[in-house]
Design a protein around this ligand. Structure first.
Ligand code: PHE
Length: 340
């Protein structure tokens, strides 16, 4: 009998249970009143007193082993069945996936593109690593213009001819070289200048260049285009102001200001108490630049402008530190919705 107990003990240990059915079979064989363990107890009744003492203990241990295993596996099998198909609640609302946000500079870039696309401008692209000719010479920069000096321009290695573009105006030149007028294009992109990083300056930032070359393009077209842009971007009440300025590649040149969105002209620290904030440089494309682009200045005229995406974004969302755009602080970035 001792041997039978041993054998059944082995059997209990080896019995694999992975479903409700297995569990029931286990119960019938080892736990139920008709099972093998009960029948061993029945046999024990016939044994001698000595044997009863000895085998009683072993049999009790076997019973406990079987019951312990049954209890443990009963819980596991039942838990794993709690997500059985008949228990899935199809009416539960879906937990939405968390999507990221667009970067505020991208939100502004997309809005700028949208406004100009409605005026018939397309979007062009150009290289950030540029040669001197496209970034400076073709744009009529004099040989000794201070912008070429090391303090403003990042040169690539020791080659003074290859540099990181200091503005998006290089794309103007590439467009004129590759296309015939009419050209009506905006060119967003990243630019680099060797400046100390602070709340108001950074060694890289973003611009959107604009170029319109056709027959009879006049200064009034430039003014009206940028006035329309300012109202679309900042609201109908926005006024613009043009100040005479100088760029080697435009003549005449003008700086574009908009009325201060914060104080509406009364004066505050955003507009430095002037009531106006600068948003772009602009002007009529210089005849020399048209020539360098392979366009006859006797036949065609054009206007160009360049605006800072950071500056516009800061005005749009009342942001006062340029560094926030490149620090990737999620507390900052999560404040911007994906919709414009
Ligand atoms: N490239 C000029 C700048 O970076 C802006 C500009 C573009 C001015 C086009 C006039 C025409 O400041």
């Amino acid at each position: 009998m001792e041997e039978r107990v041993k054998k059944i003990e082995e059997e209990v240990k080896a019995f694999l249970i992975s479903s409700k059915e297995d569990l029931e079979n286990f119960r019938l064989r080892f736990i139920s009143k008709k099972g093998v363990v009960t029948s061993l107890f029945d046999d024990l009744k016939l044994a001698s007193v000595d044997e009863k003492r000895k085998l009683g203990k072993v049999l009790n241990e076997l019973k406990q082993l079987a019951e312990g295993k049954f209890k443990l596996l009963q819980e596991t099998v039942e838990n794993s069945n709690s997500i059985a198909s008949d228990q899935i609640d199809l009416s539960l609302p879906v937990v939405a996936n968390k999507t990221g946000n667009l970067h505020p500079l991208n939100l502004t870039r997309y809005r700028i593109i949208e406004i100009f696309e409605r005026l018939g401008f397309n979007v062009s692209d150009g290289p950030e690593v540029e040669d001197d000719w496209h970034n400076f010479t073709a744009l009529n920069f004099a040989e000794n213009h201070p912008a070429r000096e090391m303090q403003d321009t990042f040169f690539v290695e020791k080659n003074p001819d290859i540099l990181l573009r200091t503005h998006t105006s290089n794309v103007q030149v590439r467009l004129m070289k590759n296309q015939k007028p009419p050209i009506r294009s905006i060119m967003p992109g990243r630019v680099y200048r060797n400046e100390a990083i602070s709340a108001r300056a950074h060694c890289f930032f973003h611009q959107v260049e604009g170029l319109y070359v056709d027959k009879n393009v006049g200064f009034s077209d430039l003014k009206q285009t940028l006035y329309h842009f300012a109202k679309e971007m900042f609201g109908k009440e926005t006024k613009i102001r043009l100040r005479p300025s100088f760029f080697p590649f435009t003549e005449p040149s003008a700086e574009i200001d908009i009325s201060c969105l914060i104080c509406h002209g009364k004066g505050c620290n955003v507009c430095k108490y002037s009531g106006w904030v600068e948003i772009a440089g602009s002007g009529m494309v210089h005849p020399e630049v048209l020539k360098n682009g392979g366009i006859d200045p006797e036949e065609f005229t054009g206007f160009a402008f360049g605006m800072g995406i950071e500056r516009i974004t800061m005005l749009r969302y009342s942001i006062n530190d340029l560094r926030l755009f490149s620090e990737n602080d999620l507390r900052f970035l999560r404040q911007f919705k994906s919709v414009q």
